[in-house]
Design a protein around this ligand. Sequence first.
Ligand code: ADP
Ligand code: MG
Length: 627
Amino acid sequence: MSTGKINVTADNIFPIIKKFLYSDHEIFLRELVSNAVDASQKLKTLSRIGESKAELGDLTIQVKVDKENKTLTISDRGVGMTTDEINKYINELAFSGAEEFVKKYEDKADGAAIIGHFGLGFYSSFMVAKKVEIFSLSHQEGAKAAYWTCDGSPEFTLEENDSRKERGTDIVLHINEDSEEFLEEGRIRELLKKYCRFLPVPIQFGEKEITETEGEGDDKKETKKTVADIVNVTDPAWTKAPADLESDDYKEFYRQLYPMTFEEPLFHIHLNVDYPFDLNGILFFPRIKPNMDLQRNKIQLYQNQVFVTDNLEGIVPDFLTLLHGVIDSKDIPLNVSRSYLQADGAVKKISGHITKKVADKLSSLFKKDREDFEQKWNDIKVIIEYGMLSDDKFFEKAQKFGLYQNVEDQYFTFEEYIEKIKASQTDKDGNLVVLYAAHKDGQHSFIKKAQNKGYDVLLMEGPLVSHLMQKLEGGDHKVKFARVDSDAIDKLIPKDEEAVSLLSEEQKEKLKPLIEEEVDKASYTVVLEAMDSQEAPFTITVPEFMRRMKEMSMTGGGMMGMGDMPDMYNLIVNTNHPLASRILDEKDESERKALINRAKDLALLSQNLLHGEALTNFVEQQFEALN
Ligand code: ADP
Ligand code: MG
């Protein structure tokens, strides 16, 4: 037996490890189980290349809780360690890693930010254990079993000791009083599910009862059986070649990933690169309903099948954090902080590659079956529009498959749409005017007016459309977006022929104040327009600029503070409508006021803007008129 002092400069680093890793104690289990996996994989490799004569047998890793003795044990049947190896790998190397960690982060207040990304490895067990024991038997022929123990002080004991009879290693943690949560079966199962779900070696945590049925009908026999409870799937779909997988395999994998989700994904993208960087993974496009809360953190990042994080902020472009699935890369450095990770060259390349793959997949789906793509459009457009706004390269690619839907439910790419409206919707200054509505029902009267003129109306709804329109307006085409209710239709697409006014300037000057007297000046601006006599006498519009600024400031961007501005409307009076002359000619003042108010209320009503007392009064008046 030998005792020794772990070679430390700090007197006792264990309290420091504990302090710095305060919020993330649970990662010790990930570290110990992945060491057990590494040891098993190493043995497989040695055996394959003929450097180990050991019988592999069943390599299942066991995790056991002993509540009475307050221990947690992780056992593997991997390569094992001799006393020399323990000296080298545990006393010297592993310890120097732990020590380096402590030195680096001693003065940093935000220890929490780096935890979980720092492979503290074996010594992370001291975050939860007051004493750790290693029982190990190396696979090498004639090896003697080794025993190591350390109580969290720099002193350790190492000896040859035959308490381990089988090849492999037991790591026994004597759990601290303040960490007894890790003696709870439920807690350990939860952690195994979180970190170890797709590790490549079977991991058993206790046993479970299953019911087997044999035969059918009256011959049906049910037998209960106790079997090993294996917590992981050792060969998840992303580790296989796309050619070996059917579409059902992807669906099955989606269910493994999100057992609590019943929705099926719309489609998947299989990432499979080994040069110039290593990247595997499967991303799923979920169905995203326009007004659904966006869910992030559904993509899981793995390194060699070990779960690292589900917060991919800064690792993939923000718009892709709305996707689901798994990314696994050996090239993502784990032993560093998140800010370092975001600046890492490999991570940047990976991020660019993923964006490109997603764009390529969308483009091929669009080309292969456009009808199907159109059907999915409303479920995927939020992600695509977000991508178009935040990533110029993606925007360029998306010009080929990004769709615009009109109120007749036809879909167009932007180029196709421009072609469609070019002839009729170019105004006298050569601007192409894209008319759009946000609600088919809410803006029905305006949509109809536009259609009567032979114009087409797009349906632009969702939180991002004002930003998207802004971007398209800045593009190659001389194009302007105008919501159908933002002005009189003839003003939205002004043509050369000015409508002749039936009223003289003098008459107009008389008419305007009469109407202004009846409306709330803070919210309404009265505008006189000479329009077709068939058009409505009064129309309420919301100027495009004002409304768009407000919308954009509510979703970030535009002018700050605009969101709080009161609503501003234009009351457009058609001076060519007979009502205009009638108001002017009406000598009876109360009769005239009634005319104006009724026309104004009707205009408000058609826009769903008449509410409360004003609505009640209006309806009462209408009923009275029936008497
Ligand atoms: P890392 O896994 O990054 O090398 P660790 O601190 O987790 O660092 O482990 C240190 C070393 O101890 C490992 O590299 C390995 O050589 C050895 N080791 C740890 N656990 C086991 C085990 N269960 N079986 C065999 N060797 C082990
Ligand atoms: Mg390790």
